[in-house]
Design a protein around this ligand. Sequence first.
Ligand code: GLN
Length: 275
Amino acid sequence: AARHDAEELVSRLAGIKRSEVHLRRDRSLDEKRWAKLEPWLDRRAAGEPVQYITGRAAFRGLDLEVNPGVLIPRPETEGLVEAVLGILRAEAARWRAPRVLDLGTGSGAIALAIAAEWPGAVVTATDESEIAIATTRANAAALGLAARVRLAAGDWFSALGNGDRFEVIVANPPYIATGERSLLPRDVRDFEPDGALYSGPSGLQDTRVIVDGAPRYLVAEGVLALEVAERRAAEVASWLEGRPGWSAVRLLDDLAGRPRVMLARREGVVVGDRG
Ligand code: GLN
């Protein structure tokens, strides 16, 4: 990890790709950049994540601006996006311009990756944090996606209008229990925003709000896609399995074989509500 971090810092300073660092041994950093590298190394040695030091993070081929007001996007969240794209692919015939909602967008990682990779998608991204909304706005503009991603400020569904409906609702909510704080690596615990990490004593407070609110905003047969904590995945799935209004509840494993994504479909006909 140290080597990877050093390469990332040097390549960002030099303005080259990380993979090019070893191919460009002929080049040296000028004095101005050396002067910047020293404090960067000090910050990294003090535990600050590389992405906050450089202000950039890679996510599914996108180069995103990040700052300590937003979570650094994670590889497992790339898997959540992959799952959503799989659904959009499977439903392409009936969902020509699928409306996709990313709740708690942070840096905008999920919303922007879906907009970039599924040109037909009409994406809405929400966040209660103004820093997150501003960061997503900047990222959308830099990536040429501003026209395709609508931003709405507010806490979970309160950011939306009453009539808003979506084919897909996706979220990577905070899901760490407050009591698990000491289990987190220092780099995460001391540097990433609490509001993006913790969700009450159970770790499930925000997931519950999203699961309970989703049916009202999903079209019939719309899909809810959530990132979940491995240790609570089965519990979250059990909230929906066999419950009226939900079907096709599935847990998907990450590359290491851990359940990290839950998918569920809103049933087609809901008595008294045709969505
Ligand atoms: N949606 C953002 C991400 O996945 C932020 C998630 C969060 O802050 N919990 O990176």
